[in-house]
Design a protein around this ligand. Structure first.
Ligand code: ADP
Ligand code: MG
Length: 400
């Protein structure tokens, strides 16, 4: 069921509590070094202000330990928001309390304030009932546009909409778009549906593979986790990253794929090196990997094979780089797969990229515009791919 959005409700003159993800990186002088997350929330913020809401923005930033810690203040994010919307943004001294409520009550239509970091209070991550009530404070409506936190039942994500009750809680455009793409890919994909999975560890992605086995036509596996599958098939993997305690899981996934008629494609060649350094000796390897050598990227034949397996795809989900892409030349496999996904998208496929490192790789390659959707939530998108339900989203009002 689709969720109601801020476009569906009347916010004029109302105090709107909007949970955003302003968890932006800061430098030592507390300057925002990357404002992508603020930018992503702008469509919802701008519409609320245009419609005359009295906007109260809430977010977490970093991991303060439930108490005030100035290096995690949201003030720099509020300042940056002000620059982006060309309007005065008031910064609250805290996220709860009489002073904050007074500030909220003084807001005029179309004005905006930012609450201080909700994680300055222990009640946030505990979804504490009393803290949720205080946070909901003077708010009349609730909007959630923080997809990156959707898998966390914290007070600002779950407690506040619980306090406000049905008919008063909707999502913003960022969450609407995430749900549209992720949900459509998983529950109603146009076939062939191909998943590309990589990254360092199998253990991070077991549930994703299990959930996708019944849904996709093919799974292409690259990255460090391929070596656990190789070892499970009886190959030597040398120094490659390999989870000995997951060999049985890998074998079971291989046979489960067969039973379910899902094609599970492993690399046919690998780039191997003796150390993860740009200038380290490296070569292409097939079959057993010798002691002292480690696999750090998919090889050229695998790049061709994966591109071929992606060519006819109509739905693509990608999570996890194909190699140690932070260290060129071991980024070549990830580049090749990103390019193949972009080409398939050009010819009509829906492509959804999840995972922080995969999104970073796509950004670095300047392929963002050629993908259908790049998820803003690393952990959240992974849990979505695992088939988990998100209570923080379920609680929001359904479209009529
Ligand atoms: P995402 O953030 O997109 O979900 P992950 O966090 O699961 O991706 O994985 C990214 C990490 O996996 C990167 O730091 C990358 O260096 C690492 N990785 C990929 N291939 C290998 C490999 N063959 N050996 C070691 N690490 C690898
Ligand atoms: Mg990662």
């Amino acid at each position: 069921m689709a969720k109601k959005t801020i476009a569906d409700i009347d916010v004029k003159g109302k105090k709107v509590f909007m949970r955003v993800d302003f968890n932006v990186p800061l430098d030592e002088e507390c300057n925002v070094t990357n404002d992508r997350r603020i930018q992503m929330a702008l469509p919802t913020i701008k519409l609320a202000l245009e419609k005359g809401a009295r906007l109260i923005l809430a977010s977490h930033l970093g991991r303060p330990k439930g108490e005030r810690d100035d290096k995690f203040s949201l003030a720099p994010a509020a300042k940056r928001l002000g620059e982006l919307i060309g309007q005065d943004v008031k910064m609250a001294p805290d996220c709860i309390g009489p002073e904050v409520e007074a500030m909220a009550n003084q807001l005029k239509d179309g004005e905006v304030m930012v609450l201080e970091n909700v994680r300055f209070h222990k009640g946030e991550t505990k979804n504490d009932a009393e803290f949720s009530k205080q946070l909901a404070g003077v708010a009349e409506l609730y909007v959630n546009d923080a997809f990156g936190s959707a898998h966390r039942e914290h007070a600002s994500m779950y407690g506040v909409p619980s306090v406000l009750g049905p008919g008063k809680r909707v999502c913003g455009f960022l969450i609407e778009k995430e749900l549209q793409y992720l949900d459509q890919a998983l529950s109603n994909p146009t076939k062939p549906f191909v998943a590309v999975l990589g990254g360092a560890k199998v253990s991070d992605k077991i549930s994703v593979i299990e959930n996708l086995l019944g849904k996709v036509d093919r799974i292409l596996i690259g990255g460090g986790m391929a070596y656990t599958f190789f070892k499970a098939q009886g190959y030597e993997v040398g120094n490659s990253i390999c989870e000995e305690d997951k060999l049985e899981v890998a074998s079971n996934l291989l046979s489960s794929a067969k039973t379910k008629g899902c094609e599970l494609v492993l690399p046919v060649d690998n780039v191997v090196t003796t150390q993860i350094k740009s200038d380290a000796e490296h070569t292409i390897n097939t079959g057993n990997i010798e002691a002292d050598w480690m696999g750090v990227d998919i090889g050229p034949e695998t790049r061709k094979l994966f591109a071929d397996k992606l060519a006819d795809a109509k739905t693509i989900v990608w999570n996890g780089p194909m190699g140690v892409f932070e260290t060129p030349p071991f980024d070549a496999g990830t580049k090749a797969v990103a390019e193949a996904i972009a080409v398939a998208t050009d010819s009509g496929a829906i492509s959804v990229i999840g995972g922080g490192d995969s999104a970073a790789a796509v950004a670095e390659l300047e392929l963002e515009d050629r993908m259908s959707h790049i998820s803003t939530g690393g952990g959240a998108s992974l849990e979505f791919l695992e088939g988990k339900k998100f209570a923080c989203l379920e609680i929001l009002d359904d479209k009529e």
